[in-house]
Write a protein of this length. Structure first.
Lengths: 305, 354
């Protein structure tokens, strides 16, 4: 079981970063964003697009030659792309909906339509082939008591640093404080002179950038697929719900717990030969949590119903 | 005035449906009967499923995104009770139950699964219920795929179509051969549409009964229902069971239409198809999903032409891509600009979280 711990930590990092993004967005806008997975996939696809060298066998966007930028710059540009995409979504789709007082459930259905739409745009323009980042192969090494490649260890460290930064950003910066204020009460924060429209825009941008980063992590550890976001979306929901939807710290912990649980459950005796069902366990945990403690581990009761 | 507007909508909807069918006929000059039969069969099966979803969302306001699993439970339970072969090299196994009994057990199982899934609905409000139901549907699908020695795993279940086809009356076969269309699909199509008529008749009775009014009251104001001494929780669960049972029946028909059943049929996209049909037809409207379903499948069956405009020699992936692109777009546009669909009543639409 312990040999799966390394994999669990890695999956946990991906889910954790993505859950924080989802939870932040839900907290401020009350939107359950089913298109979150597509922003994650955008991060990975954009990185692949920017970083593929000219002679690399790239299947994406066949009619545009690959740019061949360095991997670090590509990641930066991809995260930026995701941020811009999130901003565009808010400005041209969700802000008009909010101004017209469209209900939450209608918006939820809209995000599902958006998710299907964008995902199949990827299928059309990025093809259905599974691809990898143009990075050299690495051998697994043992760190403390788990095995992973040096690159994946870097991903893990980067993930932890990013989450510490997010925590710092929400607790100490002016925008972060304003986001939390809008989350608690949009009306009261407006009275206090906070431009809630701007804050919601900032939330969309930062949530999308985090999601894009999670996508880069996921693609570095595994691979790039057109539907990679949708495959992991339900696990992200599970992580968010486990920690407490709308909380940031809770989503971090919940994401890690779900990631570790999914991977470690592969080693359980009754799971032998049933590795495909590992995601089912995480989803079952989520449903049980929702039944008996719908506010999650760290959530507050008054936020629920 | 309102009544006039409603009948105007109905005329518009029927006109649109007829226009869609005429469009299909003119676009497929040779063999349009085969295209039409395929279209009407899928429209019937998905329409039936959408009617079930409408009981959940349209009548009671329950945000169910696990509809595919209800269809799956109905299909799998029924098929496992009648002679079938599971897996790549499975032998024919059977329990000896007659088909009709197997279908009834399948529908009841789907309803019981609805009861199970409805339990969270007691405690959770709208958006949480959406997450729970979609997750439960995925659990169901993953488990079915994993139980390889019973359900055939990824290879699915085969050799069961004859169970339904042996009851095919002679006139259906004669009619089908006369018009040069597949007799087996004609029979499935006929059963689907007969089921729709029966289910609609049942729902019409229920809708006008005190029970139906109480159900709609749950959607509007749960507290008021409680104050009137009605058991709102039990009403919600009953609604979940009724809708799930209808979905189970449509799942059985879907299985018989395909001829082989794999778990990939019941991916979340199936649920979203049914949602698109329900929204298009009109949330809360009884006959809306039927027209919605026909128009939806007219669009789906002709999207390949759009794909060929953009991609010369489009491959299967691109065809599917364009089709789902359109479905996603349809869901978005309808929800933004006409959430009540073709025949829905705007005042009956529940779009805010309770």
């Amino acid at each position: 079981m312990l040999d799966q711990l390394g994999n669990g930590l890695l999956l946990g990092t991906i889910i954790s970063v993505a859950s924080v993004a989802l939870s932040l967005l839900y907290g401020v806008t009350k939107i359950v964003n089913f298109a979150h997975g597509e922003i994650i996939a955008l991060g990975a696809i954009a990185t692949l697009f920017f970083s593929s060298p000219i002679d690399y066998r790239i299947e994406f966007l066949g009619f545009i030659p690959p740019l061949g930028l360095s991997f670090a710059i590509s990641c930066f540009l991809a995260v930026l792309t995701c941020g811009i995409f999130g901003g565009i979504l808010e400005l041209f789709l969700f802000r008009p909906l909010r101004k017209n007082n469209v209900g939450n459930i209608a918006v939820l259905v809209v995000t599902i339509g958006l998710s299907i739409f964008v995902r199949h745009l990827y299928l059309l323009f990025a093809t259905g082939k599974v691809q990898n980042f143009p990075l050299e192969l690495q051998r697994r090494q043992t760190y403390l008591f788990f095995d992973m490649t040096p690159r994946n260890l870097n991903v893990l460290i980067a993930g932890v640093i990013v989450m510490l930064l997010v925590g710092f950003f929400l607790t100490y910066t002016r925008i972060g404080k304003a986001m939390r204020a809008v989350r608690d009460s949009e009306d009261l924060s407006s009275i206090s002179g906070i431009n809630s429209d701007n804050i919601i825009l900032m939330t969309w941008v930062s949530s999308s950038m985090l999601a894009g980063l999670a996508g880069i992590f996921q693609a570095t550890i595994n691979d790039v697929r057109w539907n990679m976001g949708f495959l992991i979306l339900l696990l992200i929901f599970a992580g968010t719900v486990l920690g407490g939807i709308g909380t940031s710290f809770g989503a971090m912990v919940g994401g890690f717990l779900i990631g570790i649980f999914v991977q470690v459950s592969v080693g359980l005796p009754f799971m032998e030969g049933h590795t495909e069902a590992k995601n089912a366990i995480a989803l079952a945990i989520m449903i049980i949590i929702l039944l008996f403690r719908p506010q999650g581990i760290f959530g507050q009761k008054e936020r629920i119903s | 005035m309102n009544r006039l507007l409603r009948s105007k909508n109905l005329i518009l909807t029927i006109g649109l449906t007829i226009f869609g069918i005429v469009l299909v006929v003119t676009l497929n000059p040779d063999g349009y009967l085969r295209v039409l039969l395929n279209l009407l069969t899928f429209a019937g099966i998905y329409g039936l499923s959408a009617i079930g979803l409408n009981v959940h969302f349209g009548w009671t306001g329950l945000l169910n995104f696990g509809h595919a699993s209800f269809m799956g439970v109905g299909a799998y339970v029924t098929l496992l009770l009648i002679p079938h072969a599971a897996g790549r090299e499975g032998d024919i196994t059977t329990t000896g139950l007659p088909l009709f009994v197997a279908i009834i057990i399948g529908v009841i199982s789907a309803a019981l699964f609805g009861l199970l899934l409805g339990l969270p609905a007691i405690r959770l409000r709208g958006d949480y219920l959406a997450i729970v139901t979609i997750a439960a549907a995925e659990i169901f699908r993953l488990l079915v795929r994993d139980l390889e020695n019973i359900t055939g795993g990824v290879y699915g279940i085969i050799s069961y179509s004859q169970n339904l086809q042996q009851y095919r009356p002679g006139f259906v076969t004669n009619l089908a051969t006369k018009f040069d269309i597949a007799p087996s699909q004609t029979w499935v199509c006929l059963i689907a549409w007969i089921s729709i008529v029966l289910v609609l008749f049942l729902l019409k009775r229920l809708n006008n009964s005190p029970w139906g009014r109480a159900l709609r009251a749950v959607r509007e104001d749960e507290d008021a229902v409680r104050a009137m001494g009605k058991n709102a929780v039990w009403l919600k669960l009953q609604s979940f069971m009724l809708g799930a049972g209808i979905a189970g029946l449509s799942g059985v028909l879907l299985a018989f239409n395909y001829g082989s059943l794999e778990t990939t049929v019941f991916i979340p996209l199936l649920t979203f198809y049914v949602w698109a049909i329900m929204i298009l037809g009109g949330v809360g409207s009884l006959v809306g999903p039927i027209f919605g379903s026909i128009i939806f499948w007219v669009i789906i069956s002709e999207t390949d032409r759009i794909a060929y405009i953009f991609f010369e020699n489009a491959n299967g992936q691109q065809l599917a891509g364009v089709r789902f692109l359109l479905v996603g777009f349809l869901i978005m546009i309808l929800m933004i600009f006409r959430p009540s669909g073709l025949l829905g009543k705007k005042e009956e639409l529940l779009l805010d979280v309770k």
